[in-house]
Design a protein around this ligand. Sequence first.
Ligand code: SF4
Ligand code: SF4
Length: 501
Amino acid sequence: MSIHDRRYSFHQGFSMDNALDFSKRSSFKREILLEKFYPSRIILPMKMNYGEAAVPTVRVGEKVTIGQCVGAPNPGSFAVPVHSGISGEVKEIRNITLPNSVTCKAVVIESDRKRTYHPSVYPRADVNISASKVRGIVKDAGIVGMGGEGIPTIAKINMARRSGVDRILVNCLQSEPYANCDYMRISESPEYIVMGAVALAGAVGVKRIDFLIPDSRKEEISALQNAMQMSAGDYSGYIFNFKYFKDRFPQGYYALVAKALYGVDLGEGETLESRCKAVMFNCSTVYSCWEAIADNMPLSSRIISISGDDEPGHNVLVPIGTPVSEILNNVNSNIKTSKKLIWGNCLTGLEIKDPDNTPVIKTTSAISVISRKEFPTTPCIRCFQCEDACPMGLEPALLHNLLKRGLEFSAQDEGIRKCIACGSCSYVCPAAIDLTGVIASYAQKLNKNPEHPDKLGFTEHTKINIGSVSLLETFEEDEEYQTEEGGDDNMVLPFEGGKLI
Ligand code: SF4
Ligand code: SF4
């Protein structure tokens, strides 16, 4: 980049340089290598995505291999397939409740330590395939947004095509303390991210690809630039741009990207696609798309960051479904002395109560180990740091107060619906008030069901219909991909209609 390149950002939020001490200490050493971990068992929930649950396609006692589909969507449902990241035997199929309160069936697989791959997992001889084939592969590989929301990538592609977008944005804006797994993914596999971006642009039907990345990430920028040069012969007509951002939390949210890049405040019902003619994919998701295309490997493993206020920081490549306790014991974490384990990032993650039975899922980018004592909650001192930090321009202290007093309509008038659950207000509050917990949970209920916010719940399909679904290993390359009527193409995504995730 040159000094003339523009640096994008939004107002408020906070810079990591000014954040609390422990976030500074959480920064990872660049030379730390990616550790790979093979667990003794995995627990694969059938619902790791926005939408509905898949149904198990295997039975107890069955042998499975790496890359094999063990859960598939009911026809017409908004679910995604689930694949095993280890070889072994199905020991159990049972109900599980995840820290995000999702309850679904889970397939428990015990490793045979052989690491046998499914015969369908092989490098594709010719990756010069049609856009419809790319869409079919992305769908059947069970790929979802890995940056947190878990929206099936095929649904995003379909929405982008309906909206007539003219570019894709590759989101390399990981900004939360304790996590840098996306940057590790870029360092490890920049060529997969570049080629995945080309494939997704082709699937959407556009030629322009913008990489969004903090200007401080010089090594990752250079890795991507080198990969573009080296693979330039593999594509033609695609236009790459870098959009450099300031380091600021929570920079990667789609509404804040719209604000920073295009100066647009997305109104109710507006999306990045409809208003800005752009669709955004997380860089780890983009990697997984190319892994499915080039290696025929479905989404069955991911990099997660293990870090915390008293942890050196690790990035670990794990099969999806690996229990949290197995990873932490393996990396010599301070699990025994920790005060709190967080499923996800320290600002937006959820507390883990049972690390033996809580798995890494497709959207888990971090496990945060918190060792320091929590400060006791004290009354609000009216410092308004929460107001200064809120990226959506809300007044968290006021909203919290209104909700506490039962004045929900007044909170709605103050714009509570706009809350993106970023955690910034709680993070900066010196009185340790759980502002995010109170405000974001009400906003999410309201956005999902404005009429009856108390009657929310996840729909779980129990009717098993094995054999009539398209799995990665049975995907016909010559078959024109069709979206089923009533299926994901007609799905209302969480950010449509003013809704949030
Ligand atoms: S940051 Fe905390 S103490 Fe300060 S105004 Fe907001 S709620 Fe009150
Ligand atoms: S959690 Fe909601 S209210 Fe708090 S800072 Fe983020 S957007 Fe604002």
